[in-house]
Design a protein around this ligand. Structure first.
Ligand code: ATP
Ligand code: SF4
Ligand code: MG
Length: 339
């Protein structure tokens, strides 16, 4: 079995936020006992609707959020809660909002050079320059891009530059948080193609998106999050083909269908919720939207193995692929999700 690079055990992240009156604070359990393992060279996709805790997991790995409990190890070594710990362990992150992460006053060459001077202090200016030029070709931009500022590029090109900046540190783990969400579908496809190339080169990645169709293009395995919990986890292709958790089934039915070239075959139904789902702490958090719910669901189900290397957090997982209940489910989710 491939060696584990990233190992997260029982991660909990709780935020204190002002309540509706603004007079006192309430606790939001954004991540509830999440355990994840990513093998070297593997791409793990994390999907789930808005507010399910995906970004909080990634931000906690790189120290941008503080964990309440749990351990995070990279190559067997535990990360501390300080910000530089993940970077020293070879973890880099690419964000959705590339505009705010690139200094608008610096040229691309300078942006990349600043990272390299910290990450590889022993290298000469000429070596760093050569690496920057190689990176431009790797992300599909001309070397002249090094002389320009971020504002002179399109959104898709800026996201490539963000990826190049992460790569300058020669990461062994790249966390991508919604790297294509702000982009047009055709530009999305170019970024996905770039990430697929990095995957072929052996880079280990965690790819976060609320869009299952996008995740399926790059992920080997998928973890589905709902209300701060992993509700299903398994091999990407099989999980999308025959999801066992009612929530995953709803996501699959609602996903836009993308061809490999990135053209949209069908538009997604909007599963994003308008309310804070992370406050549902008792029983199965999906119970108020699930047509399979019964009295057993007032107890939180464990994440239990349903097939080899495949687990589901449901008292009544769907273990065959027959029937039309996912369509029925989608109707229920759609109706309640819009309320
Ligand atoms: N810094 C913070 N302070 C307080 N609450 C937060 C903070 N960051 C996240 N949250 C809350 O934690 C929960 C999970 O948020 P998170 O951003 O991880 O969700 P997400 O799955 O990434 O959603 P999206 O798809 O919209 O990016 C939400 O209820 C959110 O409001
Ligand atoms: S545990 Fe019950 S409510 Fe939760 S997803 Fe399974 S069937 Fe639905
Ligand atoms: Mg997010």
């Amino acid at each position: 079995m491939a060696k584990t690079l990233l190992s997260i055990e029982d991660l909990e992240v709780t935020f204190r936020v002002p309540d509706a009156t603004g007079q006192s604070r309430r606790l939001v359990k954004a991540v509830r006992g999440v355990s994840l393992h990513v093998a070297r060279g593997e791409v793990l996709g994390i999907v789930g609707e808005s507010g399910s805790g995906k970004s909080t997991v990634a931000r906690t790995i790189v120290g941008l959020n503080q964990r309440t409990a749990g351990t995070i190890k990279v190559a067997g070594r535990e990360l501390t809660v300080t910000r530089g710990s993940a970077a020293r362990a070879g973890v880099q992150m690419v964000f959705q909002d590339h505009a705010s992460t690139l200094n608008p006053f610096q040229t691309v060459g300078r942006i990349l050079d600043d990272v390299m001077r910290v990450a590889q202090p022993g290298r000469s200016a000429a070596e760093r320059r050569a690496t920057a030029q190689q990176l431009m070709s790797r992300i599909g931009l001309d070397v002249s891009a090094l002389e320009r500022r971020p504002s002179s590029f399109s959104g898709g090109q800026r996201q490539r530059i963000s990826i190049a900046r992460a790569l300058t540190a020669e990461p062994r783990l790249l966390l991508c948080d919604e790297p294509t969400s702000a982009l047009d579908v055709s530009v999305q496809a170019q970024i996905l193609a770039l990430l697929e190339t990095l995957k072929r080169d052996g880079l280990t990645m965690v790819f976060i998106s609320h869009n299952l169709a996008v995740v399926r293009q790059v992920a080997d395995r998928i973890a589905v999050m709902y209300a701060g919990l992993i509700v299903e986890q398994g091999p990407a292709a099989e999980l999308i083909e025959a999801p066992t958790h009612p929530y995953t089934r709803a996501l699959v039915d609602a996903a836009p269908l993308l061809t490999k070239r990135g053209s949209l075959l069908a538009q997604s139904k909007d599963l994003r919720m308008t309310r804070d789902i992370s406050v549902a702490v008792h029983g199965c958090p999906f119970a108020n939207r699930c047509p399979r719910a019964d009295t057993a669901c007032s107890a939180l189900p464990p994440l239990a193995e349903v097939k080899r290397d495949w687990s589901s957090r449901c008292h009544h997982p769907v273990l065959d692929d027959g029937g039309n209940d996912s369509r029925e489910l989608l109707a229920v989710v759609g109706a309640r999700g819009r309320s």
